[in-house]
Design a protein around this ligand. Structure first.
Ligand SMILES: [Zn+2]
Length: 413
Protein backbone atom coordinates (compact mmCIF):
# COMPACT_ATOMS: atom_id res chain seq x y z
CA UNK A 1 0.00 0.00 0.00
CA UNK A 2 1.70 3.16 -1.15
CA UNK A 3 -1.15 5.44 -0.13
CA UNK A 4 -3.93 4.66 2.29
CA UNK A 5 -6.36 6.41 4.59
CA UNK A 6 -7.05 5.47 8.20
CA UNK A 7 -10.67 6.21 9.06
CA UNK A 8 -10.54 7.17 12.75
CA UNK A 9 -13.37 7.08 15.29
CA UNK A 10 -11.46 9.07 17.87
CA UNK A 11 -7.90 10.24 17.32
CA UNK A 12 -5.23 11.31 19.82
CA UNK A 13 -2.04 12.59 18.20
CA UNK A 14 0.50 12.35 21.03
CA UNK A 15 1.12 16.09 21.41
CA UNK A 16 -1.18 16.30 24.45
CA UNK A 17 -3.90 18.15 22.50
CA UNK A 18 -7.54 17.11 22.97
CA UNK A 19 -8.85 14.10 21.06
CA UNK A 20 -10.62 14.74 17.75
CA UNK A 21 -13.46 12.66 16.27
CA UNK A 22 -14.27 11.24 12.84
CA UNK A 23 -11.09 12.21 11.04
CA UNK A 24 -9.07 10.66 8.23
CA UNK A 25 -5.31 10.18 8.44
CA UNK A 26 -3.65 9.98 5.04
CA UNK A 27 -0.46 7.93 4.80
CA UNK A 28 1.74 8.11 1.74
CA UNK A 29 5.12 6.42 1.34
CA UNK A 30 5.10 5.47 5.04
CA UNK A 31 4.57 9.00 6.26
CA UNK A 32 1.53 10.81 7.57
CA UNK A 33 0.94 13.49 4.97
CA UNK A 34 -2.41 14.83 6.01
CA UNK A 35 -5.22 14.72 8.56
CA UNK A 36 -8.66 15.77 7.34
CA UNK A 37 -12.20 15.57 8.64
CA UNK A 38 -13.79 15.47 5.21
CA UNK A 39 -13.27 12.40 3.07
CA UNK A 40 -14.47 14.30 0.00
CA UNK A 41 -11.20 16.29 0.17
CA UNK A 42 -9.14 13.19 -0.34
CA UNK A 43 -10.01 12.16 -3.88
CA UNK A 44 -11.42 8.86 -5.11
CA UNK A 45 -10.22 5.27 -5.31
CA UNK A 46 -8.82 5.30 -1.78
CA UNK A 47 -7.57 2.31 0.19
CA UNK A 48 -9.33 2.65 3.53
CA UNK A 49 -8.15 1.11 6.80
CA UNK A 50 -11.31 1.12 8.88
CA UNK A 51 -10.71 2.13 12.50
CA UNK A 52 -14.00 3.96 12.93
CA UNK A 53 -14.85 2.01 16.09
CA UNK A 54 -11.43 2.61 17.60
CA UNK A 55 -9.35 5.25 19.28
CA UNK A 56 -6.43 5.84 16.95
CA UNK A 57 -3.12 6.67 18.63
CA UNK A 58 0.47 6.81 17.42
CA UNK A 59 2.69 3.76 17.92
CA UNK A 60 3.62 3.67 21.58
CA UNK A 61 7.20 4.04 22.73
CA UNK A 62 8.19 2.17 25.88
CA UNK A 63 11.08 3.99 27.55
CA UNK A 64 12.12 1.17 29.88
CA UNK A 65 12.10 -2.45 28.91
CA UNK A 66 14.12 -5.65 29.11
CA UNK A 67 13.38 -7.58 25.95
CA UNK A 68 15.16 -10.63 27.32
CA UNK A 69 13.39 -10.89 30.66
CA UNK A 70 10.16 -12.77 30.79
CA UNK A 71 7.90 -13.00 33.82
CA UNK A 72 8.27 -14.96 37.02
CA UNK A 73 10.37 -14.18 40.05
CA UNK A 74 13.95 -14.09 38.82
CA UNK A 75 16.39 -12.95 36.18
CA UNK A 76 16.75 -14.95 33.01
CA UNK A 77 14.26 -17.65 34.09
CA UNK A 78 13.29 -19.95 31.22
CA UNK A 79 14.87 -17.77 28.59
CA UNK A 80 15.50 -19.28 25.21
CA UNK A 81 15.64 -18.11 21.64
CA UNK A 82 11.98 -18.92 20.98
CA UNK A 83 10.83 -17.04 24.05
CA UNK A 84 12.82 -13.94 23.10
CA UNK A 85 11.25 -14.07 19.65
CA UNK A 86 7.81 -14.34 21.26
CA UNK A 87 8.59 -11.41 23.58
CA UNK A 88 9.38 -9.21 20.62
CA UNK A 89 6.23 -10.24 18.76
CA UNK A 90 4.13 -9.52 21.88
CA UNK A 91 5.29 -5.91 22.00
CA UNK A 92 3.70 -5.03 18.69
CA UNK A 93 0.44 -6.66 19.80
CA UNK A 94 0.41 -4.24 22.72
CA UNK A 95 0.73 -1.31 20.31
CA UNK A 96 4.37 -0.64 21.18
CA UNK A 97 6.31 0.16 18.01
CA UNK A 98 9.56 1.34 19.64
CA UNK A 99 11.27 0.38 22.87
CA UNK A 100 14.30 1.44 24.80
CA UNK A 101 15.90 -1.73 26.16
CA UNK A 102 17.81 -0.80 29.32
CA UNK A 103 20.00 -3.78 29.97
CA UNK A 104 20.13 -6.87 27.80
CA UNK A 105 23.91 -7.15 27.63
CA UNK A 106 26.06 -7.53 24.52
CA UNK A 107 23.59 -9.95 23.05
CA UNK A 108 20.90 -7.36 22.26
CA UNK A 109 22.37 -6.01 18.97
CA UNK A 110 22.62 -9.62 17.74
CA UNK A 111 19.05 -10.36 18.80
CA UNK A 112 17.88 -7.32 16.87
CA UNK A 113 19.80 -8.35 13.79
CA UNK A 114 18.88 -12.03 13.77
CA UNK A 115 15.26 -11.89 14.87
CA UNK A 116 14.31 -8.79 12.98
CA UNK A 117 11.39 -7.02 14.54
CA UNK A 118 8.25 -5.07 13.81
CA UNK A 119 9.03 -3.04 16.88
CA UNK A 120 12.15 -0.90 16.70
CA UNK A 121 14.56 -1.69 19.50
CA UNK A 122 16.86 1.00 20.86
CA UNK A 123 19.29 -0.14 23.51
CA UNK A 124 21.77 0.84 26.20
CA UNK A 125 23.48 -2.60 26.41
CA UNK A 126 25.13 -2.12 29.83
CA UNK A 127 24.47 -0.54 33.19
CA UNK A 128 27.47 1.61 34.05
CA UNK A 129 28.03 1.53 37.79
CA UNK A 130 30.80 2.19 40.31
CA UNK A 131 32.99 -0.64 41.62
CA UNK A 132 30.81 -2.79 43.88
CA UNK A 133 27.74 -0.68 43.06
CA UNK A 134 24.17 -1.69 42.22
CA UNK A 135 23.13 -4.27 40.98
CA UNK A 136 25.89 -6.43 42.52
CA UNK A 137 23.58 -7.63 45.30
CA UNK A 138 21.37 -9.70 43.02
CA UNK A 139 22.87 -9.79 39.52
CA UNK A 140 24.89 -12.98 38.95
CA UNK A 141 28.46 -12.39 37.78
CA UNK A 142 27.80 -14.28 34.56
CA UNK A 143 25.60 -11.39 33.41
CA UNK A 144 28.50 -9.01 34.07
CA UNK A 145 30.66 -11.14 31.81
CA UNK A 146 27.93 -10.86 29.14
CA UNK A 147 28.22 -7.06 29.34
CA UNK A 148 25.03 -6.39 31.31
CA UNK A 149 27.01 -4.39 33.88
CA UNK A 150 30.28 -2.48 33.57
CA UNK A 151 31.96 -1.27 36.75
CA UNK A 152 34.02 1.94 36.53
CA UNK A 153 36.17 3.69 39.08
CA UNK A 154 38.40 6.27 37.44
CA UNK A 155 37.66 9.06 34.95
CA UNK A 156 39.51 6.98 32.40
CA UNK A 157 37.31 3.90 33.09
CA UNK A 158 34.17 5.97 32.61
CA UNK A 159 35.35 7.62 29.40
CA UNK A 160 36.51 4.32 27.96
CA UNK A 161 33.23 2.54 28.79
CA UNK A 162 31.09 5.26 27.23
CA UNK A 163 33.22 5.46 24.11
CA UNK A 164 32.91 1.71 23.67
CA UNK A 165 29.12 1.81 24.03
CA UNK A 166 28.90 4.76 21.66
CA UNK A 167 30.85 2.79 19.08
CA UNK A 168 28.42 -0.09 19.49
CA UNK A 169 25.59 2.30 18.60
CA UNK A 170 23.70 2.58 21.89
CA UNK A 171 20.76 4.98 22.03
CA UNK A 172 21.40 6.09 25.62
CA UNK A 173 23.64 5.47 28.62
CA UNK A 174 22.15 3.67 31.60
CA UNK A 175 23.49 4.10 35.09
CA UNK A 176 22.35 3.43 38.67
CA UNK A 177 22.24 5.73 41.69
CA UNK A 178 21.57 3.47 44.65
CA UNK A 179 22.94 4.05 48.16
CA UNK A 180 21.36 1.06 49.95
CA UNK A 181 20.79 -2.60 49.27
CA UNK A 182 17.24 -3.96 49.16
CA UNK A 183 17.61 -5.16 52.74
CA UNK A 184 18.83 -1.79 53.96
CA UNK A 185 22.61 -2.18 54.15
CA UNK A 186 24.90 0.58 52.80
CA UNK A 187 25.65 0.15 49.09
CA UNK A 188 28.66 1.51 47.20
CA UNK A 189 27.46 4.41 45.08
CA UNK A 190 28.94 6.94 42.65
CA UNK A 191 30.55 10.05 44.09
CA UNK A 192 29.16 13.32 42.72
CA UNK A 193 32.37 13.78 40.82
CA UNK A 194 32.21 10.36 39.17
CA UNK A 195 28.58 10.79 38.19
CA UNK A 196 29.21 14.25 36.79
CA UNK A 197 32.08 12.85 34.75
CA UNK A 198 29.71 10.17 33.40
CA UNK A 199 26.97 12.60 32.36
CA UNK A 200 29.45 15.09 30.85
CA UNK A 201 31.13 12.35 28.81
CA UNK A 202 27.80 10.89 27.62
CA UNK A 203 26.53 14.34 26.63
CA UNK A 204 29.77 14.88 24.71
CA UNK A 205 28.72 11.96 22.50
CA UNK A 206 25.16 13.29 22.22
CA UNK A 207 23.84 10.51 24.49
CA UNK A 208 21.23 11.02 27.21
CA UNK A 209 21.75 9.43 30.63
CA UNK A 210 19.03 7.25 32.19
CA UNK A 211 19.45 6.58 35.91
CA UNK A 212 17.95 3.66 37.78
CA UNK A 213 16.98 4.84 41.29
CA UNK A 214 15.39 2.80 44.08
CA UNK A 215 15.31 5.07 47.14
CA UNK A 216 14.03 8.52 48.07
CA UNK A 217 17.49 9.68 49.20
CA UNK A 218 19.10 9.26 45.78
CA UNK A 219 16.97 11.52 43.55
CA UNK A 220 18.77 14.71 44.53
CA UNK A 221 22.07 13.37 43.25
CA UNK A 222 20.46 12.76 39.83
CA UNK A 223 19.23 16.36 39.77
CA UNK A 224 22.64 17.71 40.82
CA UNK A 225 24.74 15.71 38.38
CA UNK A 226 23.15 16.20 34.97
CA UNK A 227 21.09 13.01 34.60
CA UNK A 228 18.41 13.30 31.87
CA UNK A 229 15.82 10.80 33.09
CA UNK A 230 15.14 9.04 36.35
CA UNK A 231 13.75 5.51 36.21
CA UNK A 232 11.47 3.96 38.85
CA UNK A 233 9.45 5.75 41.50
CA UNK A 234 10.86 5.39 45.01
CA UNK A 235 9.08 2.86 47.14
CA UNK A 236 10.47 3.73 50.56
CA UNK A 237 8.80 7.15 50.82
CA UNK A 238 7.75 10.30 49.02
CA UNK A 239 10.48 12.46 47.50
CA UNK A 240 10.69 15.90 49.12
CA UNK A 241 9.03 18.69 47.17
CA UNK A 242 12.29 20.67 47.15
CA UNK A 243 14.04 17.77 45.39
CA UNK A 244 11.21 17.22 42.92
CA UNK A 245 11.31 20.92 42.06
CA UNK A 246 15.04 20.69 41.45
CA UNK A 247 14.49 17.71 39.15
CA UNK A 248 11.86 19.62 37.21
CA UNK A 249 14.08 22.69 36.97
CA UNK A 250 16.79 20.49 35.46
CA UNK A 251 14.34 19.03 32.91
CA UNK A 252 14.52 15.51 34.28
CA UNK A 253 11.99 13.17 32.74
CA UNK A 254 10.51 10.80 35.30
CA UNK A 255 9.85 7.23 34.12
CA UNK A 256 8.02 5.74 37.12
CA UNK A 257 7.49 2.16 35.83
CA UNK A 258 4.70 1.69 38.34
CA UNK A 259 2.88 -1.09 36.52
CA UNK A 260 5.62 -3.62 37.33
CA UNK A 261 4.84 -3.65 41.07
CA UNK A 262 1.14 -3.30 40.45
CA UNK A 263 1.01 -6.29 38.10
CA UNK A 264 3.19 -8.42 40.38
CA UNK A 265 0.80 -7.87 43.28
CA UNK A 266 -2.37 -8.21 41.22
CA UNK A 267 -1.08 -11.36 39.55
CA UNK A 268 -0.04 -12.97 42.83
CA UNK A 269 -3.16 -12.07 44.82
CA UNK A 270 -5.49 -13.04 42.00
CA UNK A 271 -3.57 -16.31 41.36
CA UNK A 272 -3.58 -15.34 37.69
CA UNK A 273 -1.39 -18.21 36.67
CA UNK A 274 -4.18 -20.64 37.65
CA UNK A 275 -6.99 -18.71 35.92
CA UNK A 276 -8.42 -19.89 32.61
CA UNK A 277 -8.52 -16.39 31.18
CA UNK A 278 -4.81 -15.88 31.82
CA UNK A 279 -2.99 -17.27 28.81
CA UNK A 280 0.34 -15.44 28.61
CA UNK A 281 2.78 -16.14 25.78
CA UNK A 282 5.35 -17.90 27.96
CA UNK A 283 7.08 -21.26 27.91
CA UNK A 284 6.58 -24.10 30.40
CA UNK A 285 9.59 -23.20 32.51
CA UNK A 286 8.43 -19.62 33.08
CA UNK A 287 4.89 -20.86 33.75
CA UNK A 288 6.21 -23.18 36.47
CA UNK A 289 8.28 -20.38 37.95
CA UNK A 290 5.15 -18.19 38.13
CA UNK A 291 3.28 -21.00 39.89
CA UNK A 292 6.10 -21.40 42.42
CA UNK A 293 6.21 -17.64 42.92
CA UNK A 294 2.46 -17.62 43.61
CA UNK A 295 2.78 -20.47 46.15
CA UNK A 296 5.71 -18.74 47.87
CA UNK A 297 3.70 -15.52 48.10
CA UNK A 298 0.79 -17.23 49.86
CA UNK A 299 3.16 -19.13 52.16
CA UNK A 300 5.17 -16.08 53.25
CA UNK A 301 4.36 -14.19 56.44
CA UNK A 302 4.07 -10.38 56.20
CA UNK A 303 7.52 -9.76 57.73
CA UNK A 304 9.26 -12.40 55.63
CA UNK A 305 10.71 -12.07 52.15
CA UNK A 306 9.02 -14.15 49.45
CA UNK A 307 11.07 -17.22 48.76
CA UNK A 308 12.82 -17.30 45.41
CA UNK A 309 12.11 -13.64 44.58
CA UNK A 310 15.24 -12.03 43.15
CA UNK A 311 15.29 -9.16 45.63
CA UNK A 312 15.18 -9.35 49.38
CA UNK A 313 12.13 -7.32 50.50
CA UNK A 314 9.44 -8.45 52.90
CA UNK A 315 5.99 -9.36 51.65
CA UNK A 316 4.55 -6.32 53.45
CA UNK A 317 7.07 -3.99 51.78
CA UNK A 318 6.32 -5.46 48.37
CA UNK A 319 2.59 -4.99 48.87
CA UNK A 320 3.11 -1.37 49.81
CA UNK A 321 5.35 -0.53 46.84
CA UNK A 322 2.61 0.60 44.50
CA UNK A 323 0.93 3.00 46.95
CA UNK A 324 4.14 4.90 47.67
CA UNK A 325 5.22 4.92 44.03
CA UNK A 326 1.82 6.23 43.06
CA UNK A 327 2.12 9.11 45.55
CA UNK A 328 5.50 10.04 44.03
CA UNK A 329 4.03 10.21 40.54
CA UNK A 330 1.05 12.28 41.67
CA UNK A 331 3.32 14.87 43.24
CA UNK A 332 5.56 15.09 40.17
CA UNK A 333 2.50 15.59 37.96
CA UNK A 334 1.08 18.25 40.29
CA UNK A 335 4.34 20.18 40.21
CA UNK A 336 4.35 20.13 36.40
CA UNK A 337 7.15 17.58 35.84
CA UNK A 338 7.52 15.57 32.65
CA UNK A 339 6.51 11.91 32.83
CA UNK A 340 7.29 9.14 30.33
CA UNK A 341 5.84 5.67 29.99
CA UNK A 342 8.06 2.67 30.69
CA UNK A 343 6.90 -0.76 31.83
CA UNK A 344 10.16 -2.30 33.05
CA UNK A 345 8.77 -5.55 31.71
CA UNK A 346 9.15 -8.37 31.99
CA UNK A 347 9.13 -9.68 35.56
CA UNK A 348 6.38 -11.07 37.75
CA UNK A 349 3.14 -10.69 35.82
CA UNK A 350 4.29 -7.67 33.84
CA UNK A 351 4.84 -9.16 30.41
CA UNK A 352 5.66 -7.63 27.07
CA UNK A 353 2.15 -6.79 25.88
CA UNK A 354 1.04 -4.73 28.87
CA UNK A 355 1.67 -0.99 28.34
CA UNK A 356 -2.03 -0.46 29.05
CA UNK A 357 -1.58 -0.99 32.81
CA UNK A 358 1.13 1.70 32.99
CA UNK A 359 -1.04 4.09 30.97
CA UNK A 360 -4.03 3.40 33.22
CA UNK A 361 -1.95 4.16 36.32
CA UNK A 362 -0.50 7.36 34.85
CA UNK A 363 -4.07 8.42 34.12
CA UNK A 364 -5.09 7.64 37.71
CA UNK A 365 -2.08 9.65 38.96
CA UNK A 366 -3.41 12.80 37.31
CA UNK A 367 -2.50 12.82 33.61
CA UNK A 368 -5.43 13.26 31.22
CA UNK A 369 -5.91 10.49 28.66
CA UNK A 370 -4.32 12.69 26.00
CA UNK A 371 -1.37 13.39 28.30
CA UNK A 372 -0.88 9.67 28.95
CA UNK A 373 -0.54 9.14 25.20
CA UNK A 374 1.94 12.01 25.01
CA UNK A 375 3.87 10.38 27.91
CA UNK A 376 3.88 7.15 25.88
CA UNK A 377 5.06 8.71 22.62
CA UNK A 378 6.65 12.16 22.55
CA UNK A 379 7.92 12.11 26.15
CA UNK A 380 9.24 8.55 26.02
CA UNK A 381 11.06 9.41 22.79
CA UNK A 382 12.66 12.35 24.62
CA UNK A 383 14.23 9.89 27.07
CA UNK A 384 16.67 8.72 24.39
CA UNK A 385 16.38 11.12 21.44
CA UNK A 386 18.56 14.14 21.79
CA UNK A 387 17.18 17.43 20.50
CA UNK A 388 14.00 19.40 20.79
CA UNK A 389 11.34 16.91 19.75
CA UNK A 390 8.60 19.23 20.91
CA UNK A 391 9.64 21.67 18.21
CA UNK A 392 10.58 19.09 15.61
CA UNK A 393 8.21 16.15 15.77
CA UNK A 394 8.99 15.24 12.14
CA UNK A 395 11.80 13.05 13.47
CA UNK A 396 9.27 10.53 14.72
CA UNK A 397 6.21 10.62 12.48
CA UNK A 398 7.14 7.71 10.25
CA UNK A 399 4.61 4.92 10.02
CA UNK A 400 6.06 1.44 10.58
CA UNK A 401 2.82 -0.42 10.86
CA UNK A 402 -0.84 -0.14 11.62
CA UNK A 403 -2.15 -2.29 14.47
CA UNK A 404 -5.84 -2.76 15.25
CA UNK A 405 -6.87 -4.85 18.26
CA UNK A 406 -3.47 -6.50 18.43
CA UNK A 407 -3.47 -7.41 14.72
CA UNK A 408 -0.95 -5.85 12.40
CA UNK A 409 -3.08 -4.79 9.45
CA UNK A 410 -0.31 -3.03 7.60
CA UNK A 411 3.45 -3.04 7.93
CA UNK A 412 6.20 -1.11 6.22
CA UNK A 413 7.57 -3.13 3.34
ZN1 LIG B 1 14.61 -2.09 34.47
Amino acid sequence: MKKYVIKCGKMVDGTGKKAVYNTFVVVQNQRIVRVSNDIRDLGTDLQIVDASNCTVIPGLIDAHKHVMNCGGSGMGVGLDYRQIKTNIAEMAKGGVTSVLDLGSANIIPTVERILGSDTKIFNAISILTCKGGYPQEYMPRKFYRMGAVVECETKNDIEKAIKKLYNKGVAAIKTAIVSRTFDGKPQKNWTQRQLKCLTDTAHGYGLNVCAHITYVDDYEMAADCGVDSVHHAAFDGVVEQRVQEKMIQNNIIFVPTVSLGSLIIRGLRGKWIYQDWYQPAINQKIRMNMENFTEAYFNAKPEEPIEGFFINVTKRELENVVNIQFENIKRYVELGGEIAMGTDSALGFSLHNTPVEEIRLLNAAGLTFEETIRASTLKSAKVFVNGDLEKDITKIDDINMVIIDGQIVHRRN
